[in-house]
Design a protein around this ligand. Structure first.
Ligand code: NDP
Length: 483
């Protein structure tokens, strides 16, 4: 067996850069496939991409190809028909009619290899499976099972802990070169998240103040009203820290904190993301640098929500948190002393998805000014996609009484939506929006000590009623300020 080093990436592969001919989705009956992947593919096709792709579904369900095609037609039809630059319903029908389904246990020795051997190369294999199943499935493959140019697409969480992520990287490295591995973090396919790069690096205004001299703190918040939504099988084994912070929010933090790359080439960009995450850690006094909580019964928008521990499929002995917050330090010259607070939770009273940059006050405000005294902030909203910048200006009436003005902009969301962007990268062979192997391991390194401390009950498990702002002993005002 050969190990593909990163330096070998650019050389020799017959299908390097060549468009994928077959997309094989493992876990075809799963939630991700139905709700996100198939609609994402439909949007791509409606934009004239993914031309002539053959779609193959596989899973443990005893479906016929006709069952699968019916499901495809429904998912494609549901994927906003209003988008697209051309009428590609014919192309979608063609994909549907040419698609086949295969019942297979992907962890059974040889089963996957046999399936892949019958497909037209190059093939992209999307592991839309539970993480532990993906690892087992990869472990059954040999390099010779994969036709040249194959791409492997791994979902988040990548592995179940640092050790398994390292093991998975080793297995994947034996199978294909690093740039043929797409570790999906669909937040990197969100247009607003990528807009952070344009905002930071294309505006003279921001970069000079983007450091600890001028910035007091950074909050990255992803609070949802959504409850378990029948996903206990996955979520109860993960929790808020692994589900959201370990992957998505650390990637957002990296885009906010990284130095400017000289190009947007995948190696430059991913090197810079990797560098800033390597410098990041959570202070080992976990009682002050982390918090966790779990929801109790409550109501959200008039809907009754049961206690988390009473939800079907939840095992209370796991002690899974539904709200997590960690303060990350970035130990470099630019960010020393600036807390990056990352928070995410379910079943909260309001949806809040944003990064908030809180600026320090001016060094000296001329005596005589009165008025607002709260800090100015830049808010980057991730849905709806917005920008808001606070400025304190002379107000009406008493002109020396300051008034808070907030400049607002709405950003255009990508019509492809995150999974359209993800699939576009996979099918066209561009790994820029995927997480590099070393970075995936580093994200585990950052959160693993926290997980251990929580497991040892070093940090109390707080509670909050579903539909509330969080535990009553947590001040929400300190998380990026109230709006
Ligand atoms: P589901 O549990 O809904 O689906 C998993 C799929 O894998 C099912 O179709 C299941 O079939 C199949 N499967 C399990 N074991 C085997 C096996 N041995 N052989 C063949 N098929 C098997 O999970 P999700 O779709 O929600 O998640 C899949 C991945 O995507 C996870 O890594 C998750 O973290 C990630 N993800 C999911 C998101 C979502 O919103 N759902 C969002 C972002 C990432 P069966 O049901 O018959 O067992």
């Amino acid at each position: 067996m050969t190990t593909h080093a990163i330096d070998e990436q650019a050389s020799g592969h017959q299908f390097q850069g060549q468009a994928i001919k077959t997309l094989l989705i493992l876990g075809a009956s799963g939630d991700l496939t139905g709700r996100l992947l198939l609609p994402g593919l439909a949007r791509l096709v409606r934009h004239g991409k993914a031309e002539g792709i053959t779609l193959v579904g596989a899973g443990s369900d005893a479906w016929s190809t006709e069952d699968w095609q019916e499901r495809l037609a429904t998912s494609f039809a549901a994927a906003s028909p209003d988008t697209g630059t051309r009428n590609d319903d014919g192309a979608l029908e063609q994909i549907c009619a040419g698609s086949t389904y295969h019942q297979v246990d992907v962890t059974a020795e040889g089963s996957l290899a046999e399936l892949i051997a019958g497909l037209q190369p190059p093939v992209a294999i999307y592991f839309a499976l539970p993480p532990a199943v993906s690892e087992k499935a990869c472990a059954t493959l040999e390099p010779e099972d994969l036709p040249d140019g194959s791409r492997l697409v791994m979902e988040k969480p990548f592995g179940t802990d640092r050790e398994s992520a390292t093991r998975l990287n080793t297995i994947l490295g034996r199978l294909v070169p690093e740039d043929h591995i797409h570790r999906v973090d669909h937040f990197l396919g969100k247009a607003t998240v990528l807009n952070i790069l344009g905002l930071r690096f294309a505006n003279r205004l921001l970069e000079p103040v983007w450091n600890s001299l001028h910035i007091d703190s950074v909050d990255i918040v992803f609070d949802e009203k959504l409850t378990l939504e029948n996903r206990a099988r996955y979520y109860d084994g993960a929790g808020a820290l692994k589900d959201m912070i370990q992957s998505h929010l650390l990637q957002v933090m990296a885009l906010i904190a990284m130095n400017a790359p000289s190009t947007l080439h995948e190696r430059d960009l991913r090197d810079h993301i990797g560098t800033v995450l390597r410098a990041s850690s959570v202070h080992p006094d976990f009682r002050s640098s982390t918090r966790r909580a779990r929801y109790t019964a409550g109501s959200i928008d008039g809907r009754e929500v049961p206690n988390y521990v009473d939800e079907s499929g939840v095992d209370p002995s796991r002690g899974t948190e539904t709200l997590a917050e960690i303060v990350v330090s970035i130990n470099n010259e630019r960010w020393a002393g600036v807390p990056f607070r990352l928070r995410s939770g379910k079943s909260l009273g309001r949806t809040r998805k944003e990064a908030v940059i809180t600026f320090k006050p001016v060094n000296h405000l001329p005596d005589g000014f009165t008025g607002v005294d709260s800090p100015t902030r830049l808010r980057i909203g991730f849905g709806p996609d917005t920008l808001e910048l606070d400025l304190d200006v002379n107000g009406p009436g008493d002109v020396f009484c300051l008034d808070r003005a907030t400049l607002q902009a709405e950003l255009n969301a990508s019509e492809l939506l995150p999974y359209g962007e993800v699939l576009d990268g996979v099918l066209s062979g561009d790994p820029t929006l995927s997480v590099r192997g070393d970075t995936a391991e580093d994200c585990w390194r950052i959160v693993e000590p926290v997980l251990e401390a929580w497991k040892a009950n070093d940090v109390p498990m707080d509670e909050y009623p579903a539909g509330s702002a969080g535990p009553s002993n947590w001040s929400t005002a300190e998380v990026g300020g109230e709006k």
